[in-house]
Design a protein around this ligand. Sequence first.
Ligand SMILES: NC(=O)c1ccc[n+]([C@@H]2O[C@H](COP(=O)([O-])OP(=O)(O)OC[C@H]3O[C@@H](n4cnc5c(N)ncnc54)[C@H](OP(=O)(O)O)[C@@H]3O)[C@@H](O)[C@H]2O)c1
Length: 178
Amino acid sequence: MTTGHVFIATSLDGFIARKDHALDWLPQEKIEGEDSGYEAFLSSVDGLIMGRGTFEKILTFGDWPYPKPVIVLSKTLRQDAIPDELEGKVRIFQLSPREIMKTLAKEGWTRVYVDGGQIVQSFLKEGLIDDIVVTLIPILIGEGIRLFGKTDGDVNLKLIASQAFPSSGMVQNHYKVF
Ligand SMILES: NC(=O)c1ccc[n+]([C@@H]2O[C@H](COP(=O)([O-])OP(=O)(O)OC[C@H]3O[C@@H](n4cnc5c(N)ncnc54)[C@H](OP(=O)(O)O)[C@@H]3O)[C@@H](O)[C@H]2O)c1
């Protein structure tokens, strides 16, 4: 079975982006001596699944940041939305969370990085998320795009680890999902 894993940063009030998708509130520079574990996490997965919202935002960065294959879930994007330079690196699928996980399992993927607010919520609803690493940024932005939303019921989490980063003020919590 392929498992889903989340590694994401939120404002203290639970947002992953401003309403207009701006990420200016995220720390812009890495502080020496503060390793969030992102590189190690990225090395541990076979690839990423993200929503259209996240994909479209990352395209605005210019440089493609992922050394691993990326699956974009979208009912509206067509394959020609992929820029030429990302051919072979990105695939767009119109499948449900369960269907895409089955497809990737057949391709031999065991661990998937699941990214984007709506996408994380829909994978959580389907019980496809194994664990969540959430890095809390010490800022309140008041409104924006939420990481979590309405759930069908309570989602129980077990805290695996918690780490404070004193220079930046970030706190990283690692939860296992039941
Ligand atoms: N702070 C962080 O660490 C972090 C991390 C990741 C993303 N972000 C930010 O979060 C924002 C995007 O998040 P988001 O919640 O708006 O969008 P998202 O989850 O990235 O994408 C949502 C879109 O994915 C498509 N989709 C396909 N199947 C789906 C399914 N089963 N469930 C839900 N969506 C599905 C839909 O697009 P169609 O209408 O095309 O079908 C939907 O509108 C961006 O601004 C990004 O920069 C921040």
